[in-house]
Design a protein around this ligand. Structure first.
Ligand SMILES: Cc1cc2nc3c(=O)[nH]c(=O)nc-3n(C[C@H](O)[C@H](O)[C@H](O)COP(=O)(O)OP(=O)(O)OC[C@H]3O[C@@H](n4cnc5c(N)ncnc54)[C@H](O)[C@@H]3O)c2cc1C
Ligand SMILES: NC(=O)c1ccc[n+]([C@@H]2O[C@H](COP(=O)([O-])OP(=O)(O)OC[C@H]3O[C@@H](n4cnc5c(N)ncnc54)[C@H](O)[C@@H]3O)[C@@H](O)[C@H]2O)c1
Length: 446
């Protein structure tokens, strides 16, 4: 007799969703965590980032109205802001564990590793389950250059006691844009260094250029086409150099060049689980090469390359809970997934990209709109607000969108519903939205 029906390895949003879903169906479940209960998102990712970002939003909104009668200068008291963040994060691990214990999910603390006999060892004890779910997430990649020991990570930045006078982010993806926006609004002198001139590569580059221009106006410096080679320490500062004539002095340097899946110390070779560059190899049912081992969340190399985000990990957790407790063997079927970068302004995307839309003009039409003078944005004094909407020519439904504005997170969620429900303009016009709001703008985007 196995000790459990299912053991879940990793208590982040994905593993937790799976554990609760399995328990609700009556399964005997254990979940293993080696670090903070709750995982990346609430402890060192989405949530602490968005708490620090609250100040950015407030300062931005006030700055927009500078010329329209709002007076006075706002500034960030970093220790007080950090205390606000810690008030939230300090309760996450204990609250998460209490919730699991209270639902009769067995919690095991320690590093989990498979053994050659197929069992799972945690803190020196062997456990056996009918099925296993690997949900171990990712960790920040540290660029392998001379002086790499001086790099800090997003985890360090989100818990800094004091904000450095200057900070440099190396790599220009989601994490760099978001943390740079926070550091800059809080008063630091910020640089972003990138090895090419293609930042935020998943996003429409014409809108990314608008975003970069706005960030430059706010004082953030971009150093593109710089292949960083070394970091040396001089007194309390760091000197960053490439192999040509680039040199920059900074008080802190953060590696924001991507994240790597936590697969190296799980003993996967002992149980025949294969991996790819982006993580654990799975099929359309999230099953690995071993028929009793599944994987979900950030640690997975997804068949369709869906983005590595919290709601995607939770979606997979709920899918696996159902798969393992019912007769259903249907493959996972993802809806179209939005993503947002919380910079100032925000940039968001979903579905078919305008670039593809433009190329394939038989099927799609791309509608570019400058919304800066629309009432929603004019009222706020916003500097730039734009959308690029991709419409299916035949059905005249929205199939893709990219948005740049302070309301991009709200708008992209409305567009997500329209896309996933294949709503037409006529169906949308059958509804009445509160006016004037982001939602009441929707019919004019078609
Ligand atoms: C700075 C930052 C900001 C982000 N912002 C957003 C955002 O705004 N929106 C969004 O949707 N996503 C965001 N993300 C991504 C989001 O955090 C992840 O997609 C999400 O946490 C993935 O969940 P997961 O359950 O797959 O993995 P994780 O949350 O990483 O959880 C995995 C858990 O497994 C544990 N573990 C690993 N190995 C073992 C082992 N061998 N034994 C036991 N336990 C183990 C880890 O300690 C960890 O707790 C952000 C990420 C970062 C870094
Ligand atoms: N708002 C959100 O939803 C959010 C926020 C943060 C993170 N995330 C998730 O976390 C993931 C990781 O984010 P990230 O920003 O760490 O990675 P990323 O993949 O978004 O960006 C990494 C960047 O580093 C660059 N890079 C790679 N090698 C480099 C080198 N040698 N020198 C300089 N630059 C280099 C890449 O070209 C890329 O632009 C995201 O893809 C996303 O899934 C989501």
């Amino acid at each position: 007799m196995a000790d459990f029906d299912v053991i879940v390895i990793g208590a982040g949003p994905g593993g937790i969703a799976a554990a609760y879903g399995l328990r609700a169906k009556g399964a005997k479940v254990a979940i293993v965590e080696e670090n903070l209960w709750g995982g990346t998102c609430p402890n060192r990712g989405c949530d602490p980032k968005k708490i620090l970002y609250s100040s950015v939003e407030a300062i931005e909104n006030a700055r927009f109205l500078d010329n329209y009668g709002l007076t006075g200068n706002l500034s960030v008291d970093w220790p007080a802001l950090m205390a606000h963040k810690r008030e939230y994060t300090s309760k996450i691990p204990s609250g998460t564990k209490q919730g699991l214990d209270g639902s009769e999910i067995t919690t095991l603390y320690g590093h989990a590793e498979f053994e050659s006999n197929g069992k799972l060892q945690v803190a020196g004890t062997d456990y056996e389950a009918t099925d296993y779910i690997i949900a171990t997430g990712q960790r920040p990649a540290i660029l392998p250059i001379e002086g790499k020991e001086y790099f800090q990570t997003s985890t360090d930045f989100l818990d800094l006691d004091a904000l450095p006078k200057s900070v440099t982010f190396v790599g220009a993806g989601y994490v760099a844009f978001e943390l740079a926006t926070i550091a800059n609004a809080a008063g630091s002198d910020v640089h972003i260094i990138h090895h090419n001139d293609w930042p935020l590569k998943e996003f429409d580059q014409s809108l990314v250029q608008d975003l970069v221009a706005q960030m430059k106006n706010q004082g953030i410096k971009f150093d593109f086409n710089i292949d960083l080679q070394s970091i040396t320490k001089q007194d309390n500062q760091y000197i960053l150099k490439d192999d040509r004539d680039f040199e920059l002095k900074t008080d802190a340097v953060v590696s924001t060049a991507g994240r790597i899946p936590n697969i190296d110390t799980l003993g996967l070779d002992k149980v025949g689980v294969g991996t790819l560059k982006r993580g654990i190899q799975v099929n359309h049912r999230l099953r690995t090469d071993n028929s009793h081992i599944y994987a979900l969340g950030d640690v997975v190399s997804r068949v369709g390359n869906e983005p590595k985000l919290t709601p995607v990990a939770s979606f997979e957790g709920r899918y696996l809970a159902n798969l393992l407790t019912s007769d259903s063997s249907r493959p996972i079927d993802y809806p179209t997934i939005p993503s947002v970068v919380y910079a100032a302004p925000k940039i968001a995307r979903i579905g078919i990209s305008p670039t593809i839309g433009k190329g394939d003009s038989d099927d799609y039409v791309v509608k570019d709109l400058d919304l800066t003078n629309w009432f929603t944005y004019f009222r706020l004094g916003e500097h730039v607000a734009k959308t690029r909407i991709v419409l299916d020519k035949q059905t005249h439904t929205i199939v893709g969108a990219q948005v740049l504005s302070s309301k991009a997170d709200e708008l992209i969620n409305y567009l997500t519903t329209l896309i996933n429900k294949h709503e037409t303009l006529e169906q949308l016009q059958a509804e009445i939205f509160a006016y004037p709001t982001v939602a009441s703008d929707l019919p004019y985007l078609f």
